[in-house]
Design a protein around this ligand. Structure first.
Ligand SMILES: CC(C)(COP(=O)(O)OP(=O)(O)OC[C@H]1O[C@@H](n2cnc3c(N)ncnc32)[C@H](O)[C@@H]1OP(=O)(O)O)[C@@H](O)C(=O)NCCC(=O)NCCS
Length: 173
C-alpha cells in the first residue's frame, strides 16, 4: 500500500472505506462547502459512498491512486488529489483540511509533497489549481509552493445563484 510521508505524523495514503465516519465529521463544514465546487453540505454517508466510488474508478483508470487521504497518525484530517490526468502531461490539484488542523502549515507541506509525487511519478510538466478570489489562505498555500498566478477569471463559476471570480494558478516544470 503506497504512503507518502509529509512531515512528522502527517502522511498521505489511499482512501479507506473505514474513513467514512471521520470524513463526515470533518468535511461537513460550511467554509469547505463555500470554497469548493463538488463537496456537498451537509455531508452524508451517501456522499462519502459516492466519493469512495469515484476514487476507486479513478484508481482503476490510472492504475494507481490519484486521490489521497491526509492523515495525522491514523486519523483522517483532510484530502488532496488530482483530476484531469487524461491529458498525460498535466493535472489539476484540489484539497481540503479539517478546521482544527488549519493554520499550522500542514496544507503547505501536503501540497508540496503531493506535487513532488505527481511530477516525479507521473512525469507531469504542469499542475494547475483554481481558487475562488476570496480564498486567500489557499492562494497563499499555492504561492508558498512555487505556483504562479496565471489569470483572474471573472465570474468563472456559478454557485448557489452567485457568480464567483476565480484565480488560476500553475506550477510548471
Ligand atoms: C485553504 C486550506 C487548505 C489551508 O490549509 P492550512 O493548513 O491552514 O494552510 P497553511 O497553514 O499551510 O497556510 C495558510 C497560509 O495562508 C495564510 N492565511 C490564512 N488565512 C488567511 C487570510 N484570511 N488572509 C490571508 N492569508 C491567510 C496563513 O497565514 C498561511 O500563510 P503564511 O505561512 O505565509 O503565514 C484550509 O483552510 C481549508 O481546507 N479551507 C477550506 C477548503 C478550501 O479552501 N480548499 C481549497 C479550495 S481551492
Amino acid at each position: 500500500m503506497m504512503q507518502v510521508c509529509v512531515s512528522g505524523p502527517i502522511s498521505l495514503t489511499p482512501w479507506r472505506s473505514s474513513d467514512q465516519a471521520a470524513c463526515i465529521e470533518r468535511i461537513s463544514d460550511r467554509e469547505i462547502y463555500e470554497q469548493t465546487l463538488r463537496i456537498p453540505y451537509p455531508y452524508t454517508a451517501e456522499h462519502f459512498d459516492q466519493w469512495f466510488h469515484i476514487v476507486a474508478e479513478a484508481t482503476a483508470r490510472h492504475g494507481m491512486p490519484v486521490h489521497f487521504a491526509i492523515r495525522d497518525g491514523e486519523s483522517l484530517i483532510g484530502g488532496v488529489g488530482f483530476d484531469g490526468l487524461t491529458q498525460g502531461h498535466r493535472a489539476e490539484i484540489g484539497y481540503w483540511l479539517a478546521r482544527p488542523w488549519r493554520g499550522r502549515g500542514i496544507m503547505t507541506a501536503v501540497v508540496g509533497k503531493a506535487c513532488e509525487h505527481a511530477l516525479a511519478e507521473w512525469n507531469l510538466v504542469r499542475i494547475i489549481a483554481r481558487v475562488f478570489d476570496t480564498n486567500l489562505a489557499s492562494a497563499r498555500v499555492l504561492e508558498k509552493n512555487g505556483f504562479e498566478s496565471e489569470g483572474f477569471l471573472r465570474k468563472h463559476e456559478l454557485k448557489d445563484g452567485r457568480f464567483i471570480n476565480t484565480r488560476l494558478f500553475a506550477l510548471v516544470r
